[in-house]
Design a protein around this ligand. Structure first.
Ligand code: GLU
Length: 308
């Protein structure tokens, strides 16, 4: 069968760099981006730059441009994009409608506080309350939920009693009992699509075959796999690569408390990109299936700041 150029392009192995413009790139996420980029360039994957700018209140003005400059300063490039998620709201709304109509998702009027306070709510490993299922099967329609509460409901995906298994390219076999993660939000009460939904709609439509990201998102993967299946996209589920996180000497995820590790900070202080790359390269041992966290030490910081 003859193929169009677009079909050929969509059949290529493809990955994405997907910064959220909620803050600046720091050494930790720069390492993940670099690992993703190197894998892509070594293996001939197409790279799409996607700006994940849906999280309204947390988006910082100009952070998208800053992320682009930081990635470029470190020598990374891409074949397509930037594509802004905020420009694709229709696609997400359509998917939400489809999931409701298919009986996979339902309206939920619980507030976050109610979920946190529900006596029966167990807590997932990350400390977030597991949704106790209060609104599952409760309303015949969105309209009914709206009438009952006087406000717009959120939409949740029903995970049921599913067990999701997948093989991570770095961490090996994974198995998740979905009831322990709970029904998750796919559209917030302010009608903003939630991260899980937007990512699957985009990754599915953009032909993503490889998803490389930090291990803090590994719990999202079984949820995303369920969304692929429910949306009829089971044949498009990508390979997942969950990379270890960079932590501080206290074993906590790299953050402000460990000092200013933003890429822009080093750049402004005159640290050459080659020096930052040297450190990031030391942290890249993907082929050895590294799963241990990487520790950013005072020596590393001193190494970056030392001017030859
Ligand atoms: N935008 C997310 C982040 O910056 C990445 C999401 C993903 O890779 O699925 O953490």
């Amino acid at each position: 069968m003859p193929q169009t150029f677009t079909q050929l392009l969509n059949a290529m192995p493809t990955t994405r760099l997907a910064p959220s413009p909620t803050g600046a790139l720091h050494l930790g996420n720069a390492r993940t981006f670099l690992a993703n980029w190197l894998l892509a360039r070594e293996r001939g994957w197409r790279i799409i730059l996607r700006i994940e700018d849906l999280d309204g209140p947390r988006i910082k003005r100009g952070a998208d441009q800053q992320a682009i400059e930081d990635l470029q300063w470190l020598g990374m490039d891409w074949d397509e994009g930037p594509i802004y998620q905020s420009s694709r709201r229709d696609a997400y709304a359509k998917a939400v409608r489809r999931l409701i109509e298919g009986g996979f998702a339902y309206p939920c009027i619980c507030t976050r506080k109610e979920v946190d306070l529900a006596a029966s709510a167990p807590h997932a490993e990350d400390g977030a309350a597991v949704y106790p299922g209060t609104c599952r099967g409760r309303f015949a329609s969105i309209e009914a939920a709206r009438n009952a509460s006087g406000r717009e409901p959120a939409i949740r995906f029903n995970v049921g009693t599913e067990i999701v298994e997948f093989v991570d390219q770095v961490r090996g076999s994974q198995r998740f009992q979905m009831a322990r993660l709970g029904d998750f939000v796919i559209q917030k009460a302010d009608l903003t699509p939630a991260y899980q939904l937007a990512v699957v709609v985009d990754d599915g439509e953009m032909g993503m075959t490889e998803v490389v990201r930090g291990n803090d998102l590994i719990d999202s993967t079984p949820r995303q796999i369920m969304l692929y299946r429910a949306l009829g996209l089971a044949d498009r589920i990508p390979n997942y690569w969950h990379l270890p996180l960079v932590v501080g000497p206290d074993d906590r995820r790299l953050a402000k408390r460990h000092g200013d590790t933003r890429i822009s900070h080093y750049r402004e202080r005159g640290v050459p990109a080659s020096r930052v790359l040297e450190l990031l390269n030391r942290w890249l041992r993907i082929d050895s299936k590294q799963t241990e966290s990487i520790v950013f030490t005072a020596d590393d910081d001193a190494f970056l700041r030392a001017v030859d």
